[in-house]
Design a protein around this ligand. Structure first.
Ligand SMILES: Nc1ncnc2c1ncn2[C@@H]1O[C@H](COP(=O)(O)OP(=O)(O)OP(=O)(O)O)[C@@H](O)[C@H]1O
Length: 228
């Protein structure tokens, strides 16, 4: 069984009189350790797909199973706990809390998991090490470069040892050199730490770092290319 399994997933939104259906009977399997990129024209439902997988949005139809758990059947409170333990989210603009240090930002998900202090320290240190930022642990976001801020965002996404990490345009706000560094980092985390990833991007070069590339259009995957 795939780690992430979507079957017949549909999701609509009402906008005034209009109904928009970004996801229409979507099926998707992602194996453990896979790195999948997702492209598609603007407004075709890429973020919606990430949101239904992570339980932020509920599908109208279909089932979403992650690590054997039917995510769309979880109650709201169970969903919050499940997400904290199993799902890492990397944003385009990192969403760090400005009054917390890099260390404290990365520590936040471990507080939700109610881990003992020693285990929290260990995980935060390892996550910062994995993104090459241990020497910036006590810096505040405003004292970091854009690329370093994104690294903190990535450390925060992996610190809970989630089953899957979803990334919505993780390089979208970065200059090309910094983007390349973040691409290398994501690829390394996938290959060396076996982190399963689903990444949305508008950039065909960024999409190529994944082991499988998907294209979403009008509610369906219309193309799937195997790369490496
Ligand atoms: N919470 C919501 N309420 C109403 N409409 C929504 C909501 N979320 C998404 N939509 C609509 O669903 C469609 C798909 O949006 P989505 O953000 O998933 O597209 P996208 O492919 O990620 O776009 P982009 O590439 O521009 O980020 C859009 O028309 C959007 O306006």
């Amino acid at each position: 069984m795939a780690l992430v399994e979507l079957r017949n997933v549909s999701k609509s939104f009402r906008k005034g009189e209009e109904t928009i259906t970004p996801l229409r009977n979507v099926d998707l399997d992602i194996a453990e350790g896979e790195f999948v990129s997702l492209m598609g024209p603007s407004g075709t439902g890429k973020s919606t797909l990430l949101n239904v997988i992570s339980g932020i949005d509920r599908p109208d139809e279909g089932s979403i199973v992650v690590g054997g758990v039917k995510v769309n059947r979880l109650s709201r409170s169970k969903l919050a706990d499940w997400r904290a333990a199993n799902l890492g989210y990397i944003f385009q603009t990192h969403n760090l809390i400005p009054v917390l240090t890099a260390y404290e930002n990365v520590e936040l998900p471990t507080l939700l998991l109610k881990l003992p202090a020693a285990e929290r320290r260990k995980r935060v240190t390892l996550a910062l090490e994995a993104v090459g930022l241990n020497d910036r642990a006590e810096h505040y976001p405003r004292q970091l470069s854009g690329g370093q801020e994104q690294r903190v965002g990535i450390a925060r996404a992996i610190v809970a040892h989630p089953l899957v990490v979803v990334a919505d345009e993780p390089t979208g706000s970065l200059d090309s050199d910094t983007s390349e560094q973040i691409q290398d980092l994501l690829q390394r985390l996938n290959k060396e730490l076996n982190i399963t990833m689903l990444m949305v991007t508008h950039d065909t070069d960024v999409a190529k770092i994944a082991s499988r590339q998907l294209l979403l259009d009008h509610g369906h995957f219309v193309e799937a290319t195997q790369t490496c």
